[in-house]
Design a protein around this ligand. Structure first.
Ligand SMILES: Nc1ncnc2c1ncn2[C@@H]1O[C@H](COP(=O)(O)OP(=O)(O)OP(=O)(O)O)[C@@H](O)[C@H]1O
Ligand SMILES: [Mg+2]
Length: 390
């Protein structure tokens, strides 16, 4: 079993608190992504897991074994860095073979000329060579083995770095933004390859990125990290449609979620952006709420009224399968963005007045502290009340 437990990890650099008590349990064979903006502490956490950095407090276990104080080499993890960290003076083959040579050959067997008189060198060396050739072929870089990193494209270098990690047969793969140096098209392709790699190897992956599309497409679970804390850990779809926190809702999703500031008028009803919205959640009158509305939660409506925003069309973006309409709403600082189906909204023109409806169950509510207010289960409440009266 190679599950991972991070328990209350803290880390500061000087007076900067980078990790503020991070706890995370990762299942054997799971693909978990740390997602968060630049500087939130993702790489620091990954480096602590790899043993390249030491936490101030808290503990790390890999496969039920505490690895605190265990050297990186002995943790059975392989890390792929954003920079790929390839040795420029070595060929691709030599770069890939390095971890195997260090592990399988003795210091004597690695000496330049003397090694050939030490028994076993030839046999182990040819085993390593075979393994490198096989792995390189599988990654589509078999023809590049005699080149140096400087003679490779970004995508090819990335494959070499992955190959060097694979040949170690680690129980855990750690990847720190491995695709960030690639162009958009290659990134999508390599994303699919990494997902396939995970499926084939069946080992645990911990992946770091600030790219939400990568996190959402690759992961079994996404751990959203902000300011050195994990805010929510959940499957991608849940992170998107059922966020625990306003900051998660804002960080995930493109276009960004629409947020309207409102005040509860009476139980089950809130005023925001000049409109009254019915709520499925009880909040006391006078309470400040933010209403989160995903762009696809809107539908075109014939007229204004409750649960409907009315405004002038500012901008229309045709994206092929989708149409993004930016609507200027009186009383709302930012335009509201709605995603509509082109066939349902064929004649929308700039400047036109539009009504956008949203059903109460599509509203995501956040309290003044940004915590999510979930819908009350009113049916259950009613049943309880009826029982009380009976
Ligand atoms: N060795 C170090 N010494 C001092 N400060 C550091 C060190 N390493 C990281 N930091 C600081 O810790 C914070 C978190 O850094 P970290 O590299 O973990 O962020 P990140 O989430 O990986 O960001 P990015 O997405 O930009 O890679 C940053 O403010 C960074 O400047
Ligand atoms: Mg980083």
């Amino acid at each position: 079993m190679r599950n991972i437990h991070l328990n209350h990890i803290t880390k500061s650099f000087g007076s900067t608190r980078v990790l503020r008590g991070v706890s995370l349990a990762i299942e054997d064979g799971e693909f978990v992504t740390l997602l968060g903006p630049s500087g939130c502490g993702k790489s620091t956490l990954l480096r602590i897991l790899a043993g390249l950095e030491v936490q101030d407090s808290g503990s790390v276990t890999i496969g039920e074994r505490s690895v605190d104080g265990v050297r990186p080499k002995l943790r059975d993890v392989a890390m792929v860095f954003q920079s790929y960290a390839l040795y420029p003076h070595m060929t691709v083959a030599a770069n890939m073979a390095l971890p195997l040579r260090v592990r399988r050959l003795s210091a004597w067997q690695r000496l330049p000329i003397l090694r050939w008189i030490v028994p076993g060198t030839r046999r182990v060396s040819s085993e390593i060579e075979e393994e490198i050739t096989r792995t390189a072929k599988a990654l589509g870089i078999g023809h590049l083995l005699s080149r140096k990193p400087g003679q490779l494209s970004g995508g090819q270098r990335q494959r070499v770095a992955v190959g060097r990690a694979i040949v170690r047969h680690p129980a855990v793969f750690l990847m720190d933004e491995p695709l960030s140096n690639l162009d958009a098209k290659l990134r999508v392709q390599m994303r699919a390859e990494i997902k396939d790699l995970h499926r084939r190897l069946g080992v645990t992956f911990v992946y770091v990125t600030h790219d939400q599309a990568e996190a959402m497409t690759l992961s079994d679970r996404v751990a959203v990290m902000l300011d050195g804390e994990l805010i929510q850990v959940a499957p991608p779809q849940e992170i998107y449609s059922d966020p625990d926190d306003r900051r998660v809702a804002e960080f995930v999703g493109s276009p960004k979620i629409n947020l309207l500031e409102g005040v509860v008028r009476e139980r089950g009803s809130v005023d925001a952006a000049g409109t009254n919205f019915h709520l499925l959640s009880d909040a006391p009158p006078g309470a400040a709420l933010a209403l989160g509305i995903r762009s696809e939660a809107f539908h075109l409506s014939e007229c204004g009224g409750a649960n409907t925003l009315t405004g002038a069309v500012r901008l229309i973006e045709h994206m092929g399968s989708d149409l993004f309409v930016h609507l200027a709403i009186p009383g709302s600082e930012h335009p509201v963005i709605a995603r509509l189906l082109p066939e349902r909204a064929p004649h929308i023109a700039s400047g036109q007045t539009l009504h956008l409806g949203v059903r109460p169950e599509r509203l995501l509510l956040f309290d003044a502290d940004g915590k999510r207010l979930r819908p009350d289960n009113r049916e259950n409440d009613n049943v309880l009340r009826m029982k009380e009266h009976a």
